[in-house]
Design a protein around this ligand. Structure first.
Ligand code: PEP
Ligand code: MG
Length: 569
């Protein structure tokens, strides 16, 4: 048994399907003159099959996930059909290199040439060329390319990592969950798992070492456990648990249109965290009253250049329209930390989480923020948008952001572009500095949204992605709870509101305390909404308020848990 990081909750039982990269053996001989034309034909045939496969993947991705996600494969097709590449390969074959060696060399030459360039856009092409090159070589050598196609029904995918092209090929009828060695909660595969509602554990490090294809796997992405070939009693236990979860899901679905209201009539807003417009469907299905966090990073990832203002406008507008007048909080670009954008050429840093990330980078690259804000304001005419900024640490920053917003609005006004003049502007409270000056910061903004994923790591000085100290990473630690209380109190004192968009908001036990502290809005993965709604609907606010008071007086995280246990009964 081992664990990792829960990317998408649920329980799955199935047979392991281990995705391992095969070694490609390249021929080292010399061609006979008579073989030259045949090898050129073999190369062209392999290239054509590659293009056909990539077109199929592109179409499937566009169907399942939208044109935006499919774009990466357009780039791959361009690499495969590149005429210069063809010329290089053909000429090497004519000088008697076998087709596979000729292709391998041409790819290597292109890769090393691009790697030396200073242009980040071109350097990003390296990954594309490697990826497509491997596919062409496999086609040439008759090695099966998309082993994912061999997956049988009831499989749990086990991989070092899953690329966008892997995840886009997942057939939900056959794949019931996945475990990867690398990745964190915000990695591409984790986000995809959540939008596909597929149980998944990422960052498990040892998954491909400990598991062989065919092993029976229990993927417990509720308690963060991966069991390999469990005994009969464990299997029985998990089969029952899975059935209970299925039944519970049916029960919870009945709450969809009911308000999140305590027995004595106190209401809370429950919203969804989304990464793209495709997540809106899940948000609707689970009864989200709005979007409390739209992580715009995903629009900027898995591509080779910045999305234009127009492209961003279309994306934000489609979310605004899809939510049909319900509130959507768009978070400006939060890149850096563990989220990279290859085309931005971010420097390697010793402490990336304390480094040049989020608004810090945006202040230094004003075009990025301006373009994004223009796109958001233009989209604001089509729904009810709010804006929030990540990683704020001071009043100076909040004022500077407000000034930028004012400039953008003035610019759009001059151009005669219509936008909503009353878009609320908020900040994420995710640094201890913001907590300490929350009373001052709230004067500068319309609302707060507490980002407990980062706040926990910064308050406790515990890296949120480091498995070795995962037991220290706990948002229920008194230091974090006190921070949360302070933030909520400061906003209420100023007559404003506070939401939470960190994972803690979707934890049904934590929700009892947060509601008792008077948190106004809870934003979470859509799948968590029904359970949080259920637990709050079963309580009186008065009792939750008392619980929160009691919890705030506990000296240790263990005591907090004990007080909660006693309350839940
Ligand atoms: C957070 O830090 O709590 C948050 C919601 O932002 P992210 O997880 O994207 O850093
Ligand atoms: Mg954060």
């Amino acid at each position: 048994m081992f664990s990792g990081i829960i990317a998408s909750s649920g329980v799955a039982i199935g047979n392991a399907f281990v995705l391992k990269e095969v070694e490609i053996q390249i021929s080292d001989g010399v061609l006979d003159k008579a073989e030259v034309e045949a090898d050129i034909a073999r190369f062209r045939q392999a290239r054509d099959s590659t293009v056909e496969q990539l077109e199929a993947i592109r179409d499937k991705t566009a169907d399942k996930l939208g044109e935006e996600e499919a774009e990466v494969f357009e780039g791959h097709i361009l690499v495969a059909t590149d005429e210069e590449l063809e010329e290089e390969v053909v000429s090497a074959i004519r000088s008697l290199k076998p087709a596979d060696a000729a292709l391998n060399e041409a790819i290597a030459v292109n890769v090393s040439m691009l790697e030396e360039l200073d242009d980040p856009y071109l350097r990003e092409r390296v990954a594309d060329i490697r990826d497509v090159g491997r596919r062409m070589l496999k086609n040439l050598l008759g090695i099966p390319v998309t082993s994912l196609e061999e997956v049988e029904e009831g499989s749990i995918l086990i991989a070092d990592d899953l690329t966008p092209s892997d995840t886009s090929q997942i057939d939900l009828e056959k794949v019931w969950g996945f475990v990867t060695n690398v990745g964190g909660r915000t990695s591409h595969s984790a986000i995809m798992a959540r939008s596909l509602e597929l149980p998944a554990i990422v960052g498990a490090r040892v998954a491909t070492d400990r598991i062989q294809s065919g092993d029976m796997i229990v993927l417990d992405a509720i308690n963060n456990k991966v069991l390999v070939n469990p005994d009969a009693s464990a299997l029985d236990y998990y089969r029952t648990l899975r059935e209970q979860l299925d039944e519970e899901r049916i029960e919870l679905a009945k709450l969809k249109d009911l308000p999140c209201e305590t027995l004595d009539g106190k209401t809370f807003e429950v919203c969804a965290n989304i990464g793209t417009v495709k997540d809106v469907e899940g948000a609707e299905r689970h009864g989200a009253q709005g979007v409390g966090l739209y992580r715009t990073e995903f629009l900027f990832m898995d591509r080779t250049q910045m999305p234009s203002e127009e492209e961003q406008f279309e994306a934000y507008k489609s979310v605004a329209e899809a939510m049909g007048g319900r509130s959507v909080i768009i978070r400006t670009l939060d890149i850096g930390g563990d989220k990279e954008l290859p085309y931005l050429d971010l420097p390697k840093e010793l402490n990336p989480f304390l480094g040049w990330r989020a608004i810090r980078m945006c202040f230094d690259k004003p075009d990025i923020l301006n373009t994004q804000l223009r796109a958001i304001f233009r989209a604001s005419a089509f729904g009810r948008l709010k804006i929030m900024f990540p990683m704020v640490i001071s009043v100076e920053e909040a004022r500077r952001l407000r000034a930028i917003v004012a400039d953008v609005k003035a610019g759009l006004g001059h151009e005669g572009v219509s936008f909503d003049d009353h878009v609320e502007i908020g900040i994420m409270v995710e640094t201890p500095a913001a907590v300490m000056v929350a009373d001052l910061l709230i004067e500068e903004v319309d609302f707060f949204s507490i980002g407990t994923n980062d706040l926990t790591q910064y308050v406790l000085a515990v890296d949120r992605g480091n498995e070795m100290i995962a037991d220290l990473y706990n948002p229920m630690a008194p230091a974090v709870l006190r921070s949360i209380k302070r933030v909520i109190d400061c906003s209420h004192k100023a007559g404003k509101w506070t939401g939470m968009c960190g994972e803690m908001a979707g934890d049904e036990r934590a929700a009892l305390i947060l509601a008792g502290l008077g948190l106004d809005e809870f934003s979470m993965s859509a799948t968590s909404i029904p359970r949080v709604k259920k637990v709050l609907r079963e309580q009186r606010f008065e009792a939750l308020h008392k619980l929160a008071d009691e919890v705030m007086n506990q000296p240790t995280t263990g005591d907090v848990q004990t007080a909660l246990d006693a309350f839940v009964g």
